[in-house]
Design a protein around this ligand. Structure first.
Ligand SMILES: Cc1cc2nc3c(=O)[nH]c(=O)nc-3n(C[C@H](O)[C@H](O)[C@H](O)COP(=O)(O)OP(=O)(O)OC[C@H]3O[C@@H](n4cnc5c(N)ncnc54)[C@H](O)[C@@H]3O)c2cc1C
Length: 415
């Protein structure tokens, strides 16, 4: 049955949901409070990440996190604040960081990632939109034996999940990336991964959806939601009232602000990350993660992007120059020819990753409302999981059998 669907949020999750919903014949409207040019879905590293099988909440992360909290240039930072929601999230994060729970999450994360990658390839092959997509894998570059061992342990676990992973010596890395003058001890190479140029895809998808009759209300904020008989009956924006059949909440890090109005709790904390673009020749042709520094490096369409840090410090877009500098220092330390220039650092910008305590997104209908589908909390994998989430959202709303079991992603789950 054809339905009127309103999607709150026009990031990668909102746009991919719109893509699959309009293909099913629904009448779709996307509302976004921004002008659709900034935020996590534009500044991300563009990796498609079947390699990222380990959730952030994992054994060892708590100790590392506490150590990093006292270092202003560390890659992970939780700003201490007396905030009930942060305390509850932290407690749930701690409970999720057990070996047993991580083991349970690994195949779930891998499957939704591979599904997402395959759907990107399907969109590309369909010719609906034209975008940069390359399948060159991912190099996890390390400088110390300890980091190398840890990475290879993850690699071996990934092999058990069916991914192709190799342990490379320095010479082998050099052969793969001859012009980048890399300084590392070796690398773990994941053949499974791909990369893209996010803004290009977002802009192309936005235009395509408009051409297919999707309505966009941009620079327009959803302020309130009315409820009647277990359903959302009305959406109130800064400019109008809408009465849709179905609502998709894809508002990223802001999602809990709206679920609060509905009496639903979905723990999400904003994890700020930064990006620096270098529009000069860098010699870098294969995406990499600089393991010790946790910096992502992506050769995008026309430039190289360096991205990193996870700062849990509330919802804001304040740029911390110390963290930007730490990303730049890491780049120069692993790529010996590269010195980032001050104008490139001045142009650094940030985005907020919507982080759940257990590292799995919320995808599905909460039991309290019949016509609400929540699609958020994708943290470090939101770009990769755009199409898989969008497809699942459209299957839910079209009353179809879903391509994946949704139980692990249930918005009602407890931690
Ligand atoms: C530095 C960095 C690097 C990253 N690298 C990768 C990577 O390589 N691979 C990967 O898979 N992921 C990566 N990520 C994560 C990924 O970018 C995010 O998970 C993803 O973009 C989240 O998408 P979203 O659509 O849920 O949220 P967003 O992109 O934040 O979109 C939510 C939208 O909702 C709108 N909104 C919020 N509230 C309202 C309201 N009340 N009314 C109207 N509109 C509203 C906002 O304006 C926003 O546009 C990275 C993130 C960062 C920051």
């Amino acid at each position: 049955m054809k339905k009127e669907v309103v999607i709150i949020g026009g990031g990668i999750i909102g746009l991919c949901s719109a893509y699959y919903l309009q293909k099913e014949g629904h009448q779709v409207t996307v509302i976004d409070k921004s002008d659709l040019s900034k935020g996590a879905s534009f500044v991300n590293a563009g990796y498609i990440t079947p390699s990222h099988i380990i959730p952030l909440a994992s054994p060892g992360m708590i100790t590392k996190g506490i150590k990093w909290m006292f270092n202003s240039s560390s890659p992970f930072y939780v700003k201490p604040r007396l905030d009930k929601e942060l305390l509850q999230w932290s407690w749930a994060f701690k409970k999720s960081a057990s070996s047993k729970k991580v083991e349970r999450a690994i195949p779930v994360i891998k499957n939704i990632n591979v599904f997402g990658r395959d759907l990107y390839e399907e969109i590309k092959a369909s010719g609906d939109i034209n975008f940069h997509y390359e399948r060159k894998g991912l190099l996890m570059l390390y400088k110390t034996d300890k980091a190398g061992e840890e990475e290879w342990n993850v690699g071996q676990r990934a092999i058990k999940e069916g991914l192709a992973v190799k342990n490379l010596s320095f010479e082998e890395v050099k052969k793969m990336e001859p012009n980048a003058n890399i300084d590392c001890k070796g690398a773990v190479y994941f053949d499974s991964d791909a990369h893209m140029t996010p803004k290009e895809f977002m802009d192309e998808m936005h235009s395509y959806l408009k051409s297919k009759g999707v309505t966009f209300y941009i620079n327009e904020e959803v302020k309130d939601l009315s409820i009647s008989e277990g359903k959302i009956s009305e959406i109130l924006t800064s400019k109008r009232k809408l009465k849709p059949d179905e609502v998709v909440l894809a508002a990223g890090s802001w999602s809990p602000l709206l679920t609060k109005k509905l009496g639903i709790k979905i723990p999400v904390q904003a994890g700020k990350g930064y990006r620096i673009n270098v529009e000069r020749e860098t010699g870098i042709t294969i995406p990499a993660i600089l393991v010790e520094a946790k910096v992502a490096v992506t050769p995008m369409n026309g430039f190289t992007r360096f991205a990193g840090t996870m700062e849990i410090a509330g919802i804001n877009d304040i740029i911390n120059p110390v963290r930007v500098k730490a990303i730049s220092n890491a780049a120069s330390s692993y790529y010996k020819n590269l010195k980032l220039q001050q104008n490139e650092l001045n142009d650094a910008t940030c985005g907020l990753r919507p982080c759940t305590p257990d590292g799995l997104p919320y995808i599905g209908k909460p039991s309290k409302y019949k016509n609400l589908t929540i699609a958020t909390g994708h943290a470090m994998m939101g770009w990769s999981l755009g199409p898989s989430t969008g497809k699942l959202v459209s299957e839910i709303i079209s009353d179809k059998k879903t391509s994946l079991d949704l139980q692990p992603f249930h918005p009602d789950r407890k931690f």
